[in-house]
Design a protein around this ligand. Sequence first.
Ligand code: DGJ
Length: 736
Amino acid sequence: MNISYNEKNRVFKLDTVHSSYCIGIVDDENFVGHIYYGRKLAEDNLAYLMRTEEAPFVPSKNNRDRAAFLDTFPMEYTGNGLGDYREGSLEIRTMSGHSGVALSYVSHRIYDGKDPLEGLPATFGDAKACKTLELTCEDRILGLQVILSYSIFADSDALARSVKIVNNGQEPVYLTKVMSVCIDMDNDGYEMITLHGSWGRERAIQTRPVMKGKQSVSSIRGESSHQEHPFMAWKKRTTTEETGDIYAMNFVYSGNFLAQIEENQFGSIRAMMGIHPYDFCWKLESGDSFQAPEVVCVYSAEGIGGMTRTFHDLYRNHLIRGEYKDKKRPILINNWEATYFDFDTEKLLNIARQASELGIEMLVMDDGWFGRRNDDNSSLGDWQVNEDKLKGGLKYLVDEVNKLGMKFGIWFEPEMISPDSDLYREHPDWAIAIPGRTGTLTRNQYVLDLSRKEVRDFVYEMFADILRSANIEYVKWDMNRQLSDIGSYGLPADRQGELFHRQVLAVYEMQDRMTKEFPHLLLENCSGGGARFDPGMLYYSPQIWCSDDTDGVERLSIQAGTAMVYPLSTMGAHVSDCPNHAIGRVTPFETRGYVALAGTFGYELDVTKIPEEDRKMIPEQTAMYHKYNDLVRCGDYYRIAHYADNHYFDCYEVVAKDKSEALVTYIQVLNRPNFHSRRICIPGLDPQGCYVIENAQDWPELKQTEYMGDTLHYAGINIPPLWGDFKGRLMHLKKK
Ligand code: DGJ
């Protein structure tokens, strides 16, 4: 890891273990240009790549074609309105109503470590683990300073970028767009990978060619969303899982975002990511600063898999925090699909009694324990225990669960308010709303205006009191609607455009406060399933509920898309009952267990009601979780085959960092008649190592149980056809 500045050539070079990123300062006007991002280079004399000798690239010598220069030059971070017609990174409006802004280099600072971003989640590392370059640029006319930050890590090929704007001018200025990152490069026949979905089918992987014009994914829903994801990658057409160039960006933020690639008239692309400019307008008073959230950029020459593993390691080592960061999570049973709103103390205790005998370690009480909430039409905001349901109170229930040797967890939805709640009756102006308009309801609820300190303090105290009242060791923090009707009774007219972002900052502040007051708590974020599965939330909670669709087959696709970026240790995954509540499919209990093992693992069913043969399998499954979870949580993940591509089977693997063992999950989604075995290649092993199938009894068809690592990787193994659909098996390989 090194950051250097070649003063003669005016070139900055950031070197990670395998990549280099180069920035150049050119011309008398000190334009900051992007030179190179890719494989690691020894050379730092790269100024020749800036094309400054090519017409029309010399503005100070040839100002008549200034616009052509600005419209072509590979900007490191752009201004607006002065001749670059590609999408800009920074847009403003001055008090006189003008929008022009131009940036040039002023100074830089290189330091060991990485400063936190005020009020925002961000990757971290100490002076030994990180180095940071801060480039200070300025628009002298406006007195606007733009500080571009670049941090690299000793143990990673990631680059964390962020931007801070400081108003040194005399007057306020409105920021109407602040991207966090911009990278210009030539299009080398790239394809773009993005993640798409909906409720119940989050983060399906999509690949499309990068073409002329703009292609983007975004959210203007106030959360990172079910529909599109704050991640994009672009790769060469020839790049595979294991080889070839790929670049990626992932936004450490949980609200509106825009991720876009634009190819211009000359075949260059501009990739950018940041807060979506939709309804964003931040008033920056003279002397104030605005910190834009961080984007993590990754370059890998080792294909899509290399990119994935870089993200996984970075997030496990430099983003996720807290007591459970590196720890096995308790196997939980959640009563949502078991009872929905229809439960009481006795029902929950019956579930807990059975569950504790089967090896389940924590009971989570989901939605419906407070106010008068017997369905989803009321009581959000009234965080007082409903003692008609919980006879004897919450503490009694928690104590009884603890007596069974189990932990206890609870569900909250702190960001919401039901119109039918005491809180709303008392404070109707605490909901986000546009005065004079009837508010848009979703699931019969409004969003609380958390930009107001008195609102977030009040709500925090209410739920913190519940947490203080009993031995609660886990919280599921849910958020079941998107934002609309953007209006705050607490903000002046010229700050209404800050509400979307202030709301996200408020959620971060509340979660920060909660994790500080309750440092031993295991927090799982959730948003109507997986609508807020993003690195921002991972900074506060080591796990996030992946999706409300717990079907074993649907989950293969949801988890493959999620694991494209996020470690398996973060993916909330449960075994649920059949027919599945989201899709009506019936799959074997065994297969549901194998699929959930790739995440945090738990149950979402009434263990007192499921078929006896399923119940009998639970002790085996919980034992498997204990046996494999260290490997799954800490190992290297490889995608081998995906049924969304081939329609028949799914296969993925986790290899221990020291290559001493690997766990291969094979799921035959659909059987085929009259079909022979399937050749599966198993990557990531020690090529010279001899591996034994440790669970050979599960593979009676295989005559041979010992293989060399390189043989398994390049020649593979023949997986026999399994009888029936939705069948699965695990293969545990151990190095001799
Ligand atoms: C959505 C979550 O994803 C579910 O697991 C459950 O907690 C419900 N909300 C409760 O309302």
